[in-house]
Ligand binder design. Structure first.
Ligand code: GEK
Length: 243
């Protein structure tokens, strides 16, 4: 696994963060060291796929990056006749994702289509499981209601939507504490203070976090009968919603 040193030098100073080839090259290391609870989210996606993927249905991985959630679903799905559709709009992610999936030993199991597309343009139909693992946060806030409503409309009754996000706290005091704990976590994972500050600046206006209640209200407005936070680690949460 190549080490993420993208912000170790100032070469990318003042450039907004993008999912380019250099990011794709170090992505597993970047997520492992940056997102508290990331490994737990992938493990749970497998357990949930075993329970919720329905025979003859489609499972979606929206913003699939290198396909970690797709791999977890593919190795866990027990229902026959399922298909996985994995979508990302970054060419570097999609080409690496295809290689990762082809090299995986479960490649003969549930078929996977990897599509390079904007998730806002992708149709959702016959879905028993939809995963957005840390992806909705990169859409314009104005596009998020339509995205979640589209997911709900394309899902089968009893289907599951897993939404993981970086969040912001309503209480500024709590927000400050959670951000500081996250940065401390990154320092423990061998990011320097300078790397942390540069990455934070690059993500400004690119990753736009909302509060947990804004997410849950949006899910309820879309029609999800049940939703709940199953994971929280500092300012990172994962929510499941059931149609
Ligand atoms: C994982 N889910 O490993 N359309 C398609 N893809 C998009 C869009 C869009 N509009 N916006 C962003 N992306 C993965 C991790 S990473 C999370 C997801 C992170 C894609 C973007 O190219 C990137 O690959 C992914 O969403 C977000 O479980 O980097 O913090």
């Amino acid at each position: 696994m190549s080490k993420d040193t993208i912000y170790a030098s100032g070469a990318d100073d003042n450039k907004p963060f993008t999912f380019n080839q250099s990011v794709a090259d170090v992505f597993p290391d970047m997520l492992r060291r940056s997102i508290p609870g990331y490994a737990a989210s992938i493990e749970a996606i497998g357990s949930l796929a075993a329970r919720y993927a329905m025979a003859g249905s489609v499972c979606y991985d929206l913003g699939c990056s290198l396909g970690a959630a797709t791999l977890a679903m593919r190795s866990a799905i027990k229902a026959p006749g399922c298909r996985i559709i994995a979508v990302d709009n970054a060419p570097a992610m999609v080409s690496r994702c295809k290689q990762v999936l082809a090299a995986d030993e479960n490649s003969a199991a549930t078929p996977v289509d990897v599509c390079q597309a904007d998730i806002r343009d992708v149709g959702i139909a016959n879905a028993s499981m939809v995963v957005m693992n840390y992806t909705l946060q990169f859409l314009d806030v104005a596009a998020r209601d339509t995205m979640v409503a589209k997911i709900y409309a394309g899902m089968l009754a009893g289907g599951l939507f897993l939404l993981s996000e970086k969040v912001i706290d309503e209480d500024p005091h709590m927000e400050e504490l959670l951000v500081e704990l996250h940065h401390e976590h990154k320092r423990r994972n061998d990011y320097s203070q300078l790397e942390i500050s540069r990455k934070r600046a690059a993500l400004e206006n690119v990753l736009i976090p909302e509060t947990v209640s804004v997410h849950q209200e949006r899910l309820a407005r879309a029609g999800f009968a049940h939703s709940g936070v199953w994971l929280r680690y500092f300012n990172f949460v994962s929510i499941v919603a059931i149609k």
